[in-house]
Write a new protein. Structure first.
Length: 369
């Protein structure tokens, strides 16, 4: 069956997509040549990248087949990071077969239960005991990544990249999504703010970081021979670097997809702070200094995420991410106002961005009805 166009896909894009799907299926048939069955690919999801994930079943066992176009995705890096994480006892999916040249992989199937889905169910039930257990387990894994992963082969999250990520906010979010006319004075203010946040980030202790550690990239695993069931399964780790030690924690606790009240977040921040001290990840850092580093790191990431979500909508026809922008913006407004150094930028942001975002998203939603 030919996949039908979604959003604004062209006929050429559809043909290319189906050609790759057919090639992936043929490759899988070769890997399982001893099993005389027709392999059926069931789309699980495409994520915020160009990768596509399919579930297959062979001889009663489920696997995940990955289509990662080499022109856009680095499968070799994915496999390398998976190996580093596995050696540190981080629960990542095993790679059973790979074809680097074509961007095909066959992975262990971690199932469908993401932290995001599980946490929302528990939230509706009011089961905060289990929610707390899940977050403590996720934070334990952050500490394991920082303390146990061998980061010698990882590149560093350098100033240039941190700054360029925030430019996504200016170029994609302000210019292209909102259509703002950002004058020279405002651009200088934005540049000064980006420099301040960049310097705050690189001055932190540098450790191995996942770089996209949130509820949709963590899986609730069933007990198995491969991984202790209490550990979250970790996916989408291919962009890992050595970077600021607060990065993964703020990605988790100021998640773009799910929000918790300040008391819960403070409790989990303290849990990390106390346990990181025990593993010597934090030495001679006061809690106030730690909170400042945590907050400023979050602001850098939130500017980046607003830009990425706008780009996903405009360039990649993934408009669903627009619904998550208000939460990201709420974090930014709530935390940014705490810091006097950011007062001029926050005034500009409130005057020029906030109302425009509300109008733009409402207009988009109306057009899709």
């Amino acid at each position: 069956m030919i996949d039908q166009p979604t959003n604004f896909e062209t006929e050429t894009q559809i043909r290319m997509k189906n050609t790759r799907k057919d090639s992936l299926k043929a490759w899988l048939q070769l890997q399982f040549s001893d099993c005389r069955q027709d392999i059926k690919l069931s789309l699980i999801s495409g994520d915020a990248s160009f990768r596509k994930y399919y579930r297959i079943e062979v001889a009663g066992t489920n696997y995940v087949a990955v289509d990662a176009p080499p022109s856009h995705e680095d499968s070799e890096r994915f496999i390398g990071i998976a190996q580093l994480y596995s050696e540190a006892s981080i629960a990542t999916p095993s790679v059973f077969f790979k074809d680097i040249e074509n961007g095909f992989m066959l992975l262990e199937d971690f199932g469908d239960q993401t932290y995001f889905n599980k946490l929302n169910s528990l939230k509706e039930e009011g089961n905060f005991g289990e929610i707390n257990t899940l977050y403590e387990s996720a934070i334990d894994t952050v500490i394991d990544i920082q303390a146990k992963v061998d980061g010698t082969s990882l590149k560093f999250y350098e100033s240039k990249l941190l700054y360029e990520e925030m430019e996504l906010f200016t170029n994609w979010f302000c210019d292209l999504f909102l259509g703002l006319e950002v004058d020279e004075r405002a651009r200088k203010l934005i540049s000064k703010t980006f420099t301040f946040l960049t310097e705050a980030s690189v001055s932190q202790k540098q450790v191995p970081v996942h770089r996209d550690y949130h509820s949709r990239n963590l899986m609730v695993l069933k007990e198995s021979n491969y991984h202790p069931h209490q550990k979250p399964g970790v996916i989408d780790f291919q962009d890992a670097l050595n970077g600021p030690y607060t990065y993964d924690l703020v990605s988790l606790l100021r998640d773009a997809y799910i929000r918790w009240d300040i008391d819960h977040v403070s409790k989990w921040v303290d849990y990390y702070f106390e346990n990181a001290q025990q593993t010597a990840l934090i030495i001679k850092v006061s809690r106030d200094q730690f909170i400042r580093e945590f907050d400023l790191m979050g602001l850098q990431r939130q500017l980046k995420v607003m830009g990425i979500f706008a780009r996903l909508s405009i360039r990649d026809n993934k408009a669903g991410y627009l619904a998550d922008i208000p939460l990201v913006m709420d974090y930014f407004l709530e935390i940014g106002q705490k810091y006097q150094e950011l007062e001029p930028f926050m005034l500009w942001f409130n005057d020029n961005v906030v109302d425009n975002v509300k109008v733009k998203i409402q207009r988009k939603e109306m057009l899709e009805l």
